[in-house]
Structures are given as C-alpha cells and as structure tokens.
Design a protein around this ligand. Structure first.
Ligand code: PRP
Length: 209
C-alpha cells in the first residue's frame, strides 16, 4: 500500500493535528505526547507521521521528504517554500506585527533596523512600504532588541500581546493573520492525488462538524 507521509512539528500543533486525524478515523496507537519517537504509523500503515522542527516543515514538504505538512503560516511565508497551501486548520491563531517602543515612528525614518526571527517577511513588508530597512536575524527573545538598542523595531508573531506588554512595547502595525495550514508537495499532489484528496476531505468533514 502507498503510504502518505505527513510532517508535523512536535508540541501543541502536533497534538491538535493528531486529534483531528483521530476524529477522522486515522488512529496512531503508538503515539503519546511524551514519546521521544519521531516516526509513527497508523493502524493500516497508510499514513506515516514524522516529527520535525516547526521551521523545517515547509522544507520537508517542498523537497518531497513528506507529501503533506502541517505548518504555521509564519514558517511557510519565511521559508518561501514552493508548495500548495490547501487548508486552513484554524489552530494556532495569531498575527505578524511590527512592534517597538511607544514613541517609535516608521515613516520618515532614514533607515530602520529590524530584529526578527522572520527576516524575509520583515524585509518584504518594509520593501512594500518603501521604507529603507536592514534586518538582524535573531532566534528568540526578539522583544529585547528595541529595549537595548540593537534594533529600532521588531517583526514578530503576537498572540496574546503579553510578551510585548510586559516589555513595554506596542504593536505599531499589524502585517498579516497567521494560523496553521496544511501544505502539500506539488509532485505528490499529482502522483498521489486520490490518497491525498481522500485524507483532506476527511479532515474537512471533521472540521465542518
Ligand atoms: C513567541 C513570539 C513572541 C511571543 C508572542 O515567542 O516570538 O515572543 O511568542 O506571544 P504572546 O503575544 O502571547 O506573548 P516564543 O514563545 O516562541 O519564544 P521565543 O522568544 O523563544 O521565540
């Protein structure tokens, strides 16, 4: 039997996705959120789950190492992966925003320095606005950058706004809504069309319940 490989990021996204798959009748008897295993099969081995780092999900799908991926829109945009985005799973909702100290003004700036885990997203946004900018790639604790003068502003995901608030920063402008999306490898979408559509339709019907 042909096996469909799904790349998931461990953690909350994987747990929600697996619950969705279980509701759709696709069961993974060996899965437990505490397990350190990276590969799981369903009962009839028609679906294989692989656990990868969230930021790498689009790459696994683009390169065909996975047929399907469940990835945050943030990581999809930053990777610029050439994949089909098929379904909004409506989990992990948050948004991309430009944030900084309350007195920060974007317009009229000579050249802005932006700290971000998402330098591609940040650069594209400021290019679109016609504001000269340079990016500094950070891997976390991005909110620190404007506080210690490493950057003028940050581009980051905002969910509850708590991290910004507790560090005296504000949203200066919202960029785009983010949620978890189902992405598909372009070749698999053609060569494994029937199996992929069957799985997507099962997920859709669970979501519509
Ligand atoms: C993310 C993001 C913000 C925070 C937003 O960081 O980069 O820092 O969550 O959430 P909030 O609006 O609910 O406060 P993450 O928790 O991934 O930590 P990091 O600093 O290690 O990237």
């Amino acid at each position: 039997m042909d096996t469909i490989t799904i790349a998931l990021a461990k953690g909350r996204t994987a747990d929600s996705t697996i619950s969705l798959l279980e509701e759709a009748g696709i069961h993974f008897p060996d899965f437990s959120p505490k397990s350190r295993k990276l590969v799981f099969h369903n009962n009839d081995r028609s679906v294989k789950l692989i656990f990868v780092k969230a930021v790498d999900v689009p790459t696994y799908v683009e390169k065909g190492a996975a047929d399907i991926g469940v990835a945050g829109k943030d990581n999809i945009l930053e990777s610029e992966a050439d994949v089909y985005e098929i379904l909004d799973l409506k989990i992990g909702k948050c948004h991309f925003a430009v944030a900084g100290k309350p007195e920060t003004r974007l317009e009229g700036s000579q050249r802005l320095t932006i700290a971000s885990k998402y330098p591609t997203v940040a650069m594209k946004h400021f290019q679109k606005k016609g504001i000269p900018a340079e990016t500094i790639k950070l891997n976390g604790s991005v909110e620190l950058a404007p506080l210690i003068g490493l950057a003028d502003v940050i581009v980051d995901i905002v969910e509850t706004g708590t991290t910004l608030r507790e560090n005296g920063l504000e949203v200066i402008e919202e960029i785009e809504s983010i949620s978890t999306r189902l992405i598909v490898n372009k070749a698999s979408f053609t060569t494994r069309s029937a199996a992929i559509h069957e799985l997507i339709n099962k997920l859709k019907s669970v979501m519509e319940r």
